[in-house]
Design a protein around this ligand. Structure first.
Ligand code: ADP
Ligand code: MG
Length: 580
């Protein structure tokens, strides 16, 4: 080995630069943050050759006094903090004084800047860290930073880049993230001379709508809540706007884009059972939090944050999200592609109508069971819906379709209800409520039943007798491989004790969904006892099911996240028949 040597300054700078600027998108992010710190109201980002040819960021911020320009390119030179204590109360994006020198170490940088009270702009060129003043220049107030030939002197860094298309997409994402968190600032994005995005100054909700749901403001559900040491504001895309991946998830802490598995999971937890497996919520979440309770200084690029009191934060975010979701009517209104603007179910007119009509009705007593009967469905049963859920529409049952769906009329809409999914939801909530009260009642069998089990099943039953009892199963081991069933959950007219027990044992063994064994067991029990597709229902059974659904806390989805009901608007029906 060679003797130990201190690295040459320019080599050290290039290595350090790699921590801050590892790809074009991170240079763009740093430049935008400088513009925002400078109080810009408008930021333009121009990129050529996926950022390797040119990155130009122009702002109308405060500018840099001519005499300070060389300092701006010194490492650890910043106008944003002075003392160590300032680190605890950072309100600016930058504070390390590293971005400009890092970029200048791996590219050629031209800076043109004019402070507000100065007549002319100053231009400087920085090559390999050496600043050369070019003197006075005509330019508007603000700053333009041009970065050319990024990574020209660090070929290794170039090799680690992804395809130009991918790098360009990352640049666009960086701009979009900044735009999302700074709606009062106009942003413009150009790739190779062509405009790729323009976001005028606006309010937070419309900016998020622009970026998350293609401008459909009514497809956003607002969340506002108090947090330990701060507050949360979020906009959630309605569940039908969910995505097959997490690309639509944007987190900000004190307006800084961050990664946080904790916050992401909290929002997903708030969506529990509202989305099918494999779908992910799209959202923008803004946490405003006392800077002393968050550590942004964890990652060199300040992306990953840590929080104090993570447990309470998680609970508070999940609860705020849940509350906002269940306070919005989540019924999906079916619309043919290309139909004119959505008359969202969240529209105020709709809300008023349902809330007012339901407020007059008395509280709802859950019905017992829905006897399945071999009988043709009859239309025009009495108005059945009396809901605890004030957003749920009043439904008049019209009948059953294909022995699988229930048809109902609500204010100005046709509703289709999946009878199995709806009943699953009702039973599941009933089980959860009974669990809280001490246990699901059991229905004693007239004749106890013996069920033969294999040793593994037997062990599961013996190991979970109390748990099973809390769900309404009264079981007694009866010899080495047989169990005596004395009672099963009293939930439904459908009683198949042996099949129910086997299903329950499957849940104990880990089959099916649910975070823990009690949850899986509850889900399996609800699923097994629910009426199925193919069951003919009497008008009374239909009425009772709709009433129970309306009283559910979350009447919109079964626990698999599939919808329990969908709506077809009058406009849509008119379109089908080519009316007007
Ligand atoms: P930091 O942002 O951490 O302070 P930078 O290296 O990014 O460090 O910038 C160094 C300094 O240059 C900043 O503190 C600021 O004073 C000045 N500066 C950089 N960009 C701009 C800009 N667009 N407008 C005004 N001042 C800027
Ligand atoms: Mg900076």
């Amino acid at each position: 080995m060679s003797p130990i040597r201190v690295l040459d300054r320019s080599v050290a700078d290039r290595i350090a630069a790699g921590e801050v600027v590892d790809r074009p998108a991170s240079a763009v992010k740093e430049l935008i943050e400088n513009s925002l710190d400078a109080g810009a109201q408008s930021v333009t980002v121009e990129v050529e050759g996926a950022g390797l040819g040119l990155i130009r960021v122009t702002d109308d911020g405060c500018g840099i006094p001519a005499e300070e320009i060389p300092l701006a390119f010194e490492r650890f030179a910043t106008s944003k903090i002075e003392r160590l204590e300032d680190l605890d109360v950072i309100t600016s994006f930058g504070f390390r004084g590293e971005a400009l020198p890092s970029i200048a170490a791996v590219a050629q940088v031209t800076l043109t800047t004019r402070p507000r009270d100065v007549e002319t702009a100053t231009r400087a060129v920085v090559t390999a860290g050496v600043v050369e003043r070019l003197g006075a220049h005509g330019a508007p107030v603000g700053t333009t930073v041009e970065v050319v030939r990024l990574f020209f002197n660090t070929p290794a860094r170039r090799k680690f880049l992804k395809s130009p298309a991918r790098e360009q997409a990352l640049v666009a994402e960086a701009v979009q993230r900044a735009a999302m968190a700074n709606p009062a600032v106009a942003f413009r994005l150009r790739f190779d001379g062509r405009e790729s995005g323009w976001w005028p100054r606006g309010d937070p909700a419309s900016r998020v709508a622009d970026l998350l749901v293609a401008g459909a403001r009514s497809d956003l559900i607002g969340v506002a809540g108090a947090m330990p040491a701060g507050s949360v504001t979020a906009w959630l895309a309605r569940p039908e706007r969910s995505r097959p991946n997490r690309t639509g998830q944007h987190l900000f802490v004190n307006r800084r884009p961050v990664q946080s598995a904790l916050l992401r999971r909290a929002v997903e937890q708030g969506h529990a059972q509202l989305l099918p497996v494999g779908r992910f919520p799209a959202f923008a979440l803004f946490l405003e939090i006392d800077p002393t309770s968050v550590d942004v200084n964890v990652h060199p690029r300040k992306l990953e944050v840590r929080f104090r009191d993570e447990h309470r934060l998680f609970g508070a975010v999940a609860a705020a999200v849940r509350e906002a979701l269940l306070a919005s009517p989540l019924i999906r209104v079916l619309m043919s592609p290309g139909a004119p603007g959505p008359q969202a179910p969240g529209a105020p007119g709709h809300l008023l109508a349902t809330t007012a009509s339901q407020a007059l009705l008395s509280t709802h007593e859950p019905r017992g069971t829905y006897a399945a009967r071999e009988e043709a469905p009859v239309a025009n049963a009495a108005v059945a819906t009396v809901g605890a859920n004030l957003l749920f529409p009043s439904l008049r049952p019209l009948g059953q379709l294909l022995s699988t769906y229930i048809l109902a009329e609500g204010p100005d809409r046709l509703y289709l209800i999946d009878q199995h999914a709806a009943h699953e939801r009702v039973l599941y909530e009933r089980i959860v409520a009974a669990r809280r009260r001490g246990g699901v009642p059991g229905q004693t069998l007239a004749l106890p039943l013996t069920v033969d089990l294999d040793p593994a099943q037997m062990a599961l039953v013996i190991g979970h007798l109390d748990l099973l009892a809390s769900l309404g199963y009264a079981l007694e081991p009866f010899g080495a491989r047989t169990v005596l069933v004395r009672a099963v959950p009293a939930l439904s007219a459908r009683i198949e004790p042996e099949a129910m027990l086997l299903r329950a044992i499957g849940a104990l063994a880990g089959e099916g969904e649910g975070p823990d064994v009690l949850e899986r067991l509850s889900i399996a029990t609800a699923c097994h006892t629910a009426i199925r597709a193919g069951d003919r229902l009497s008008p009374e059974a239909i009425g009772a099911l709709l009433a129970d659904l309306a009283a559910a806390e979350n009447p919109y989805t079964c626990f698999h996240g599939r919808p329990t009901l969908v709506a077809v608007s009058r406009d849509e029906l008119d379109r089908w028949f080519l009316r007007g």
